[in-house]
Design a protein around this ligand. Structure first.
Ligand SMILES: Nc1ncnc2c1ncn2[C@@H]1O[C@H](COP(=O)(O)OP(=O)(O)OP(=O)(O)O)[C@@H](O)[C@H]1O
Length: 318
């Protein structure tokens, strides 16, 4: 495994008061199972933060410790300055919205009744229920019973209940489970609007492609530990993963360009038809671009492919 200290991934220091979540040396052990095994993490106010990891990595357990739902084996977690195990956490808890991985819904209630139920539990205003349904795109299904809801609709309803009480911090555990691509896009646009309102959003996922261009920063978790932390771009840079250039060459110039590419500081060249894919190290990127620019007219089109978060993720956690 390529190991890198999460602390090194952080490029700019954040004032302590701007960290909504601070976890220090957090451990949660179930007998011999080290579900969370020494996590240090800071999440900034107003950011969209992703926690990524395979099944069993420890994401849900870490979430539950952050919500004060399960006690820590050791370590400390502060949410908005209050320790989750202290008496001051009750007040902070009201600022938090939570979507559990498997939200429990009552089949016989309608969507609106469901939200009214959660609203009473949370002490939120009943008048928030209809707008919350509207926000998640369930206004038209407000009076239908949950038993008639699809998986995606249930997930939206779970999200709506997390929004009740106008939380300033949202913890969303696998929030896009069961959503189709269009619903996923809408979901992230709601998250961006919440972020613009100053809400801090922390979400877990194991679908890397979905999250990688949508969060401000992310933590990669494996075997109960944070393996890497930072923006997607900073993680890519730390890994120093090679880039690909996809080059479309005019047929009559194919051999000239192919020969020119052979002189470049590249790792691999893969020619298919009138397209050539060239792999180079990040440090050679400008040299390759300049050489391609000099082939003016012979190169019809060019596309630079960054390594995916999957590449980064597997680089860190293999
Ligand atoms: N209550 C529990 N008792 C015993 N072991 C547990 C308990 N909860 C979680 N674990 C174990 O802790 C580890 C981490 O589980 P956790 O649910 O936090 O992972 P996860 O990253 O959220 O995975 P998933 O994506 O599958 O939900 C797993 O090995 C799991 O079996």
């Amino acid at each position: 495994m390529a190991s890198i200290s999460p602390a090194h991934a952080e490029s700019r220091a954040t004032p302590a008061h701007d960290n909504v979540v601070v976890a220090r040396a957090v451990r949660k052990h179930y007998g011999a199972v080290h579900a969370v095994d020494g996590v240090d993490l800071e999440i900034r106010r107003g950011e969209l933060f992703g926690l990524i990891g395979h099944n069993g990595a420890g994401k849900s357990t870490l979430f539950k410790t952050m919500l004060g739902l399960i006690p820590l084996s050791s370590g400390e977690i502060l949410i908005d300055g209050a320790s989750v195990s202290g008496s001051g956490f009750r007040a902070v808890r009201r600022k938090i919205g939570y979507l559990p991985e498997n939200v429990v819904l009552y089949e016989n209630l309608t969507g609106l009744e469901t939200l009214q139920f959660f609203s009473r539990l949370k002490g939120a205003a009943l008048r928030e229920c209809a707008p919350a349904l509207e926000r998640v795109g369930l206004a038209a299904a407000a009076k239908r019973r949950v038993r008639e809801y699809s998986k995606g609709m249930r997930q939206r309803l779970g999200f709506a209940q997390a929004l009740l009480g106008k939380p300033q911090i949202l913890f969303l555990d696998e929030p896009t489970t069961g959503l189709d691509p269009e619903a996923i896009r809408e979901f992230y646009s709601i998250l961006r609007a919440l972020r613009a309102e100053g809400v801090t959003v922390v979400l877990t996922s194991h679908i890397l492609a979905e999250i990688q261009e949508r969060v401000d920063r992310l933590a990669i978790m494996a075997a109960g530990k944070i393996q890497a932390l930072g923006s997607v771009q900073s993680l890519r840079e730390q890994m120093d993963l090679p880039l690909w250039f996809d080059i479309h060459i005019a047929a009559e110039h194919f051999d000239t360009v192919r020969t020119a590419l052979g002189h470049l500081p590249v790792i691999a060249v893969d020619a298919r038809g009138d397209h050539v894919a060239v792999q180079c190290r990040r440090e050679s990127k400008m040299a390759v671009l300049e050489a391609l620019a000099a082939l003016d007219g012979r190169v019809l089109d060019l596309h630079v492919r960054e390594p995916s978060l999957e590449d980064v993720f597997f680089g860190f956690s293999d």
